[in-house]
Design a protein around this ligand. Structure first.
Ligand code: PEP
Ligand code: MN
Length: 352
């Protein structure tokens, strides 16, 4: 159930609404927007009388939420969620500008990471990706460089100013990964690892939550609910292709998921065209489609030497291909009334 308050509500009246909800044993989740405040009620709604709520001072309307997900649902928030990154927190996802995250599938060493970071930064990427702990189908495949890779990511951030995103696979490693990374990635294979979702919900780091290989949109939103229920509202939903009967591509990019997620949720939507298509030549067309369909950002695999990459080389772009794709993406963004987020907000501001 959500309570929509009157625009003119006083702090006292809002406090009394919260008290009323909490005294019935439910949790009150307050979302303050520019024009309205919404109080979401989480718990056994049978204990709340809709009629009694409508009688409270400052209440405009009470609405039931029939969907199984609450905190990620559009009705629960007064405005779209925006998340800031970087130091100073200059890059924003969830607003008008589209963010681009780029980097290798796995961190394979210091030189290749610095090399990739410099190239993607120069081409306009806002954030660096790179796996330190890799979820591989085979236990004999390269599993990532672990903490050593986390340190390299932190060093590259210090040098380039780029915030970094990396995957965490194990609830026991959340604290460690969060001590190095700006954004915690939950991989597709872990979308329903509930102890992991709970653990990332407890830290103050934005989460990039990838849709499971066979997960419905509703299941993705329920996974976001797990994270948010612990108090971490900074969740980005990531469409990265789903399993279908088609074998010509690694996965099938569910373009419709972008507008559906935007209709259902206030959270930013990121698209991963690299894992969706599984082939370098498909990345640019899928990325352009994602922007045209309204994505708030992209995450793209770039490698200085894709042929010799230790993971996902077939779908990784060379730096030059990434740079020319960025030019195409900028044009598509302009065509739909948006822009790519500037890489250095301070520079962009002083130039404006
Ligand atoms: C990755 O980002 O390298 C990755 C393993 O992605 P996904 O979990 O979407 O397969
Ligand atoms: Mn990968």
């Amino acid at each position: 159930m959500i309570i929509i308050t009157k625009a003119s509500i006083s702090t006292d009246a809002l406090d009394r609404i919260i008290e009323h909800v909490e005294s019935a044993g439910l949790r009150a989740h307050v979302s303050r927007g520019e024009h309205r405040t919404i109080v979401g009620c989480i718990g056994d709604e049978a204990r709340l009388s809709e009629h009694a709520l409508t009688q409270l001072d400052g209440v405009e309307r009470v609405m039931p939420i029939l969907k199984p997900y609450k905190l990620p649902s559009r009705e629960f928030a007064a405005d779209n969620t925006t998340i800031r990154f970087g130091d100073p927190a200059g890059t924003v996802v969830g607003g008008r500008d589209i963010i681009v995250i780029a980097g290798p599938c796995s961190v394979e060493g210091r030189d290749m990471l610095f090399d990739t970071a410099r190239h993607v930064r120069a081409a306009g990427a806002n954030m660096l990706r790179g796996g330190a702990f890799k979820p591989r189908s085979s236990p004999y495949a390269f599993q990532g460089m672990g903490e050593e890779a986390l340190q390299m990511l932190a060093d590259v951030r210090a040098e380039t100013g780029m915030p970094v995103v990396t995957e965490v696979m194990d609830p026991r490693q959340v604290e460690l990964v969060a001590s190095y990374a700006d954004v915690l990635q939950i991989g597709a294979r872990n979308m329903q690892n509930f102890p992991l979702l709970t653990e990332v919900g407890r830290v103050r780091r934005p989460v990039l939550l990838k849709r499971g290989l066979s997960a419905t949109i509703s299941e993705l939103l329920m996974a976001a609910e797990y994270v948010m229920a612990q108090g971490n509202g900074d969740v980005m939903l990531c469409e990265r292709g789903i399993r279908t009967y088609e074998t010509a591509t690694r996965n099938t990019l569910d373009i419709a998921a972008i507008p559906v997620l935007k209709r259902e949720s206030h959270l930013p939507v990121i698209v991963d065209p690299s894992h969706a298509g599984g082939r370098a030549d498909l990345v640019a067309p899928l990325a352009m489609a994602a922007i045209a369909a309204g994505a708030g950002g992209l995450i793209i695999e770039v490698h200085p030497d894709p042929v010799n990459a230790r993971s996902d080389g077939e779908q990784s772009l060379e730096p030059a291909a990434f740079a020319s794709m960025m030019t195409q993406l900028r044009a598509v963004a302009h065509a739909v009334g948006r822009d790519l987020a500037p890489t250095d907000v301070r520079l962009a501001r002083s130039a404006a």
